[in-house]
Design a protein around this ligand. Structure first.
Ligand code: ADP
Ligand code: GLC
Length: 481
């Protein structure tokens, strides 16, 4: 039996801000239990889902040295769907209203978290063969492992995997302060290790020090080795390409299942998807107080409202789209205020056509996935993207830009061969996007049979974890041979 410890700053069902939580909350359950004992360790945030608090059992406590600081760490433990989850408790670091606050607080918080995880291991009666780190928040873990813990035999032989879910967020801060926070030796803040562009860079630390680096789709694995996608670290990624692989994310098929989804009004499968979705759409239009109109193409958006997701393209053509086509938009998201305001503005301007819920709601998200005809994701870049996978699972036709995981998972509709699972455009251009939305609307209006074909092929795709979990197993085996 090999022990794999996932380290992450979020995981479903305890705390979620985006797809990372979906991945860490589901992938461990799909790794072969006969060969691997997979566990997960997370921060115990004050803002985590409180309904789990009574289940958390105290396991141990100790103190973590961070240079001149000595910080308390408690470890709590619970089981969820057969997986052991540990939580690092520290009320000073994890008190914020959301997992991530200001970068200067976060760099100290996650340096602490990474070191606390390593300090916890001797107390867990669980010695990991592989520590699987995720995103910049855990980037210092492989660094600490090889420096602060480098000479301790308990830690030697532990391998690390570092998964990049988003290259844009790197955890960058002033070298002097990161040296003070971490106590890491001065000599590793050089351009081959922790330093990038004059700053300390946690993501870089993870990439340099981990034994294997993965990202969440093959296309993104390539994109980050190029200046267009590398967010300044393309040279490093290119140099590390021999340990870099792209493994596409899967979905939790139990959580996202239109036949059993507790949040939706009418359940359906591929067999009765057209009727099931018609009923959900009608109910949604009523609840959302937009026009109850079968012929309107109802387009969903469930997203962090950031530049990454391509909302500047949407803003640019909203008026043109809404004033010239019978389309409706159902938007759920939070993020940058200019996009929140933009959707509010259009909701006021086109109350029959736009529903905008600025906030976070699991229930509303599932209803949008189930009720909409199409789902829009014109991302500037997209490491994998789960929303388009969820959409296809619910018979909702994705309209995406061909980048990263969107390119790897959505096959463009071809009217001649009657193949494809969605609509896509290549250039990051608002009118190219509008053009493809018009085309989708045309197929929706005039060729119901073809539209149904696109829906069915999407629902037929297998985006469960089974295939990708096998690739992680291979990687763990390879590292521990
Ligand atoms: P990212 O991780 O970049 O945000 P993904 O497509 O990988 O994008 O994953 C986003 C996940 O977060 C999906 O499960 C999506 O449904 C969910 N999500 C995003 N915004 C919201 C929101 N406002 N309310 C509920 N769920 C949301
Ligand atoms: C990131 C990416 C998204 C990916 C998710 C899970 O948040 O933006 O594309 O699906 O991580 O890997």
């Amino acid at each position: 039996m090999k022990n794999i410890l996932f380290v992450s700053s979020e995981a479903v069902p305890f705390i979620k801000t985006g797809g990372l939580a979906d991945v860490v909350g589901s992938l461990p359950r799909y790794i072969n239990k006969n060969e691997f004992d997979v566990r997960v360790i997370l921060p115990k945030y004050a803002c985590m889902d409180k309904s789990f608090l009574p289940d958390l059992k105290f396991k141990c406590h100790f103190y973590v040295d961070l240079n001149w600081r000595k910080q308390y760490a408690g470890i709590l433990e619970t089981q969820y769907k057969g997986i052991t989850f540990y939580f690092v408790d520290n009320e000073f670091y994890f008190a914020g209203a959301s997992p991530y606050n200001n970068i200067y607080e976060d760099v100290e918080k996650f340096a602490y978290f990474s070191k606390a995880v390593l300090c916890a291991l001797p107390f867990l009666e669980y010695h990991p063969d592989v520590i699987h780190c995720n995103d910049w928040q855990t980037g210092l873990l492989p660094v600490f492992l090889h420096t602060s813990f480098g000479s301790d035999p308990f830690y030697s032989g532990i391998k690390t995997v570092f998964s990049i879910h988003n290259m844009k967020f790197q955890g960058r801060w002033r070298i002097r302060e990161v040296m003070d926070i971490t106590g890491l030796p001065k000599q590793i803040f050089n351009s081959n290790e922790l330093e990038a562009y004059g700053e300390a860079n946690y993501l870089k630390g993870g990439i340099v020090y981990a034994d294997a680096v993965t990202t969440v789709s093959p296309t993104y694995a390539h994109d980050i080795t190029t200046p267009e996608g590398g967010e300044g670290l393309d040279g490093l990624m290119f140099a590390r390409r021999n340990v870099l692989s792209g493994i596409i994310n899967g979905l939790d098929y139990e959580e996202y299942n239109p036949l059993t989804d507790p949040y939706i009004d009418y359940h359906f499968s591929e067999r009765d998807a057209v009727e099931g979705k018609r009923l959900n759409k009608k109910k949604f239009q009523e609840n959302a107080q937009i026009a109850v109109d079968e012929n309107a193409l109802l387009i969903g958006i469930v997203s962090r409202l950031t530049d990454q997701k391509g909302f500047d393209l949407v803003a640019y053509v909203m008026d043109e789209m809404l004033s010239t086509m019978n389309v409706q938009l159902a938007v759920l998201g939070t993020g940058e205020s200019r996009y929140e305001n933009m959707f509010h503005y259009f909701q006021n301007k086109y109350p029959d056509k736009v529903y905008a819920h600025i906030g976070y709601s699991e229930e509303n998200a599932h209803q949008i996935y189930a009720s909409c005809d199409a789902f829009l994701m014109p991302s500037l870049f997209e490491p994998c993207g789960l929303s388009q996978l969820i959409s296809m699972r619910y018979g909702t036709v994705p309209i995406v830009r061909e980048t990263g995981g969107l390119k790897d998972t959505v096959e463009p509709y071809n009217e001649y061969t009657q193949t494809g699972t969605g609509f896509s455009f290549r250039n990051y251009n608002a009118h190219d996007m509008l053009h493809v939305i018009r085309y989708a609307k045309q197929v929706f209006d005039n060729d119901g049979q073809s539209w149904k074909g696109i829906m069915e092929r999407g629902m037929d795709m297998n985006f469960s974890w089974n295939a990708s979990a096998g690739k992680y197993e291979e990687l763990y085996n390879h590292l521990t041979e």
